[in-house]
Design a protein around this ligand. Structure first.
Ligand code: DC
Length: 224
């Protein structure tokens, strides 16, 4: 992997998506939102009438699905076979289904090459759970971004309410805690910091502050 890669891993709702997008835009880099691939896999399987427990069939869907991303606006659009699924992709329940299919090694294997293909000059910011540990182990700058579960639930609540969804904060906190436990305790590629990751707790930081710190770490790594 010769191109520059910065990885941003951490639990759901830590702000990885927002800050990764901002860093990529500021640096003129490509962006990989790897969680969306697990979300699209779950949606594609359901649409094909496949049970999410049917691991070989879900892996086959992951290998064959035709996904496209529209990164021109201020949020990413996601399409499957040309059909815009952005709203479904972002639903909390889709995240839970993504976490379910992400437990299976054949599904992760099916998405590995697709994810690595996002690494192109001049550089890539890759956001997920195992970017620094599995997908891009040679990344020049690895970040592990966290925030308390309460703060993450509050942020997700504001996002979903702003998008017109009817959600309860307590339900979101429960869903985040369940998903954390599932992502951290699974046997394959569990959520964990890479040994060489820089840890940042964003609980009391603004988005702008996190973006600035990430860019400083990236520039320091590029100058090493
Ligand atoms: O980041 P997200 O909420 O869109 O991710 C949805 C789920 O996908 C997450 O709960 C676990 C899984 N995932 C993963 O296992 N590995 C990744 N690199 C990204 C996401």
């Amino acid at each position: 992997m010769s191109s520059i890669v910065m990885t941003v891993d951490g639990p759901g709702g830590a702000g990885k998506g927002t800050v990764s997008r901002a860093v990529a835009a500021a640096e003129g880099y490509h962006l990989l939102d790897s969680g969306s691939l697990y979300r699209l896999t779950a949606l594609a399987a359901l649409r094909a009438g496949i049970s999410l427990q049917d691991v070989p069939a879900v892996a086959q869907v992951a290998r064959q699905m035709n996904v496209s991303f529209d990164v021109t606006g201020d949020r990413t659009g996601y399409a499957l076979d040309g059909e815009d699924l952005t709203e479904q992709v972002l639903l909390e329940n889709t995240g839970a289904m993504a976490s379910d299919v992400a437990k299976y090694q054949p599904v992760r294997d099916a998405l590995l090459h697709l994810q690595q293909q996002f690494s192109r000059p001049p550089g890539l910011v890759a956001d997920g759970r195992d970017m620094g540990t599995v997908v891009f182990p040679d990344a020049i700058c690895k970040i592990y971004l966290t925030a308390s579960a309460e703060e993450r639930a509050r942020r997700r609540y504001q996002q979903l309410i702003a998008a017109g969804n009817d959600v309860k904060l307590a339900d979101l906190l429960k869903s985040i805690q369940t998903r954390d436990a599932q992502d951290m305790n699974r046997a394959v590629s569990p959520l964990r910091p890479a040994d060489d990751a820089i840890h940042i707790d964003s609980s009391d930081m603004t988005i702008v502050e996190v973006v600035e710190q990430l860019r400083e770490h990236l520039h320091a790594a590029l100058n090493r």
